[in-house]
Design a protein around this ligand. Structure first.
Ligand code: UN1
Length: 510
């Protein structure tokens, strides 16, 4: 067993259901074995939850909410502060587990834990704010205000590519807002979630946090995610994943008027102007396209390059890609680790075939690596392709390191290409031309939730609201005022006078 697994308290066989301190005894009938995409080794076994465990978790969460909502927000923030400290102490082992279970580089694994720490800090500060408004009342001797109340149970469905950080973005804000959280992690990366839940235990115990404030439930979609999305006791579902999944969640929640935070597919582009500083742009493009082996929602999938620099940029990119080290992501000299599983490899290969059939060209990489260190069949060489934006395959999000090069002649055309997809998560322009930059940021510019200048498409800080438009789902999580969706807005009017005047000047004398 790897040392970091022991440090994190993972065992050969693990329960996959917890209500905080308590781990439910789950029988082995739903046991699954989790293997690493890095070397194919067994990381551990997991006993998943089913309908009975779901009911127990829900009942415990409902009860916990009754108490948790009454604890003053700064006291809830104090618990989040302590969680942040535990994460700081365990940044390396948890980062290693994320890297080993998911396949991202250790740098990115630790970066992911850093995002958790950062959101804890943010949430601690927020716990002393959660501010409302006072509003001028039209009636004499009346005070009107807007206050924010805890909402209830928040279901958080996370994806394999960020096995722990996206939970933290949601859970830490929800917790200071007075909500309780039920986490359904990806079935591809459940042990990172189990380890995270175990890290919370000391803090929960020491502070006598009620059982059910932070719950974790692994299990099949039908048993857990579907139940959560249909459950009228859960007023908010935050879900990260594919557009297909988001449609199912969105429809189910709309049917019962529940709120959603949907963070779905991206098809992110960088516009590379002829006035770009290529020294900045090249590393940003390569990191954006191959970081997390192309499996971030924010991965750079399209590079829209000005015609006049297209040929030289293509050459420079091929040179940069040739120097990429692909291999075990726990070895810090490697830039790119494996894809999550063999299905992902197949999807990537199929996308490259479609590209060729639709008229495009693979000009570098795209092959599956074999030989020593690559026995799992999950390592691929990131691909650079030439394509048209209109190709159906370019319109799709293929969760793999494929970068499509597309030419443009005018900035207006570049922006139209960048916006010319159904997804709307992240976008960027590299330019030193102030007019181009401002056009890109204007109402006629990028239509995405994230618009960057001289920065790549991925690697957003937690302080800003994170999410995107169109088929990305429209949700926002993490920083800025994203916290408001975790709370119930209440408009309050107090009459401290001795008469009862009605609004709108209505007379009603008895
Ligand atoms: C995701 O891929 O689901 O901006 C989240 C980024 C990271 C988060 C990505 N901070 O790339």
């Amino acid at each position: 067993m790897q040392d970091f697994l022991k440090t994190l308290g993972l065992e050969a066989e693990n329960s996959g259901v917890s209500t905080g301190l308590n781990w439910l005894p789950v029988d082995k009938t739903r046991q699954t074995a989790i293997h690493s995409p890095v070397d194919g080794s067994l990381i551990g076994k997991l006993n998943k939850g089913g309908a009975a465990e779901y009911d127990q978790v829900l009942a415990t969460a409902e009860k916990a909410f009754q108490t948790w909502r009454l604890i003053p927000a700064p006291k809830r923030g104090e618990i989040v502060r302590q969680i942040g400290n535990v994460l700081r102490e365990n940044k390396r082992p948890l980062g290693q587990l994320v890297s080993y279970e998911m396949g991202k580089s250790l740098q990115e694994g630790m970066g992911e834990v850093q995002e958790m720490i950062d959101i804890c800090d943010f949430a601690v500060g927020l716990s002393r704010q959660l501010y409302g408004l006072t509003i001028a009342s039209e009636r004499p001797n009346h005070r009107m205000m807007e206050t924010w109340q805890p909402l209830g149970i928040v279901g958080v469905i996370t994806s394999f590519n960020f096995p722990v950080a996206v939970w933290a973005w949601n859970a830490m804000l929800a917790a200071v807002c007075g909500d309780v959280v039920i986490w359904k992690p990806s079935h591809k990366t459940p042990l990172s979630a189990v380890a995270t839940q175990k890290l919370l235990a000391g803090v929960l115990k020491e502070n006598q946090v009620p059982e059910g404030v932070f719950s974790l439930i692994t299990g099949d979609t039908r048993d857990i995610s579907e139940r959560l999305t249909l459950d009228h006791r859960v007023p908010l579902i935050s879900a990260t994943g594919s557009t297909r999944m988001g449609k199912l969640v969105g429809r189910a929640c709309a049917d019962r008027f529940a709120r959603t935070i949907l963070e779905l597919g991206g098809n992110n582009a960088i516009i590379l102007s002829q006035e770009a500083d290529l020294k900045l742009a090249l590393p940003a493009i390569v990191f954006g396209a191959v970081g997390t082996a192309g499996q971030r929602c924010t991965t750079t999938r399209r590079l829209i390059v000005h015609d006049s620099i297209y040929d030289s940029v293509r050459e420079k990119l091929v040179t940069a890609y040739s120097s990429l080290k692909i291999g075990n992501p726990l070895d810090e000299k490697n830039h790119v680790g494996p894809l999550i599983d063999l299905d992902a490899v197949k999807t990537m290969q199929a996308a490259l075939v479609s590209l060729k059939n639709q008229g495009g060209k693979v000009i570098f990489g795209g092959d599956v690596l074999s030989g020593p260190g690559y026995e799992t069949g999950t390592y691929v060489r990131p691909a650079i392709c030439e394509a048209e934006n209109s190709y159906p395959i370019v319109q799709e999000e293929t969760f793999a390191p494929i970068l499509y090069l597309i030419r443009y002649k005018s900035i207006e055309e570049a922006i139209a290409l960048q916006n010319g997809v159904q997804q709307g998560l992240s976008s960027a322009i590299f330019t030193n031309n102030m007019r181009e930059m401002e056009k890109f940021l204007s109402p006629a510019g990028s239509d995405c939730g994230i618009a960057n200048v001289n920065i790549g498409t991925s690697g957003a800080e937690i302080g800003g609201a994170f999410g995107g438009e169109k088929e990305t789902g429209g949700g926002r999580e993490s920083g800025s005022d994203s916290w408001k969706i975790y709370m119930r807005r209440q408009t309050v009017t107090v009459n401290y006078g001795t008469t009862i005047p009605l609004a709108q000047g209505i007379k009603f004398d008895l």
